[in-house]
Design a protein around this ligand. Structure first.
Ligand code: SAM
Length: 295
């Protein structure tokens, strides 16, 4: 325990915006402070009010009728001024997402920025976050990591994004929807190399929690052969690029750039594969990322 540590559970102060993390799959992860704020805030903002009502009911938390309102990606912009006004008048407001930490691939960023601009006190009740949970359990380096949220759903944009990240030495953390998990793992393997260590953390804290460990190539193959893997929620964690690998990448990019100045992507990738001895598919994806923007 360090100086300044508190052991206090109290309803939120008037005029304060509290960001409350909620369980990602195990109701036992809702702490006493979170309960108190979810119970005591004058206004509770929920991503999906029905979902939050279920959580409150399951945890035995009662609130006055009509004191839960929605705040989601489609109404946040229009709702923010009114909420900040209520905060300025002294109302205490709590924000909770459906699961995990608000603002982490979830709504709330506009509200927090506006509240801070208006001089409102913003505080946080920290707790579950799927990205951090997956990183902790990954057994991959944790000293430096980059959280990338959801990759673009369209294949071309996703491959381009991965190409930009392939040389990053930090551990990479992605959220992914179950129906795109296989494709994304295949694209990660193509961009970062099939031999790169990674994990898929599925259904963390839930009944069917499973941590799949292996190389990106093995995980992509498992996503095809093991139907369970693509059921439920998942986080992908990929080890960062090794130094030697980056040197290889720099060389591959140099060759590709020279070829791309004269040839279309597919042809440049084919020749680069012959020159560097690296897989054509991987070089094709790199070439897509390097291709000069159309004028
Ligand atoms: N704000 C949340 C947080 O702090 O983790 C994340 C919300 S984001 C809309 C939902 C994504 O988080 C899912 O698609 C999945 O990638 C990840 N996720 C959430 N719960 C999870 C769980 N129990 N196990 C694995 N991944 C989870």
């Amino acid at each position: 325990m360090t100086e300044g540590t508190r052991n206090s559970i109290a309803p939120p102060d008037p005029g304060t915006l509290s960001l409350v993390a909620t369980p990602i799959g195990n109701l036992g992860d809702l702490g006493d402070r979170a309960r108190e704020v979810l119970r005591g805030a004058g206004l509770l903002l929920a991503e999906d009010t029905r979902h939050t009502l279920q959580l409150l009911r399951a945890c035995g938390i009662e609130r006055p009728p009509g004191s839960i309102e929605s705040l989601h990606e489609h109404n946040e912009r229009e709702r923010v001024p009114g909420i900040v006004e209520r905060l300025a008048r002294g109302e205490s407001v709590a924000l909770a997402s459906d699961a995990g930490t608000p603002l982490v691939s979830d709504p709330g960023a506009l509200l927090v920025a506006a509240a801070v601009r208006a001089g409102v006190r913003v505080t946080v009740v920290p707790g579950p976050c799927a990205a951090v949970a997956a990183l902790a359990v990954s057994a991959l380096p944790t000293a430096r990591f980059t959280f990338e949220g959801f990759l673009p759903p369209r294949a071309a944009a996703r491959r381009e994004a991965l190409q930009r990240l392939a040389g990053d030495e930090r551990t990479l953390v992605f959220y992914e929807a179950p129906h795109r998990l296989r494709e994304t793992l295949e694209d990660c393997a193509a961009a970062c190399g099939a031999d790169r260590p990674a994990i898929v953390a599925r259904e963390i804290t839930k009944k069917f929690e499973t941590i799949y460990r292996g190389t990106l190539g093995e995980l992509a193959a498992a996503a095809t052969s093991d139907a369970d893997m693509t059921r439920g929620e998942a986080v992908i964690v990929v080890q960062g690029a090794a130094q030697e690998r980056r040197a290889d990448d720099v060389e591959a990019d140099r060759v590709l750039r020279a070829l791309l100045s004269e040839l279309p992507v597919a042809q440049a990738a084919r020749l680069a594969a012959r020159i560097t001895g690296r897989p054509r598919r991987e070089l094709y994806d790199r070439a897509v990322g390097l291709r000069p923007a159309p004028v």
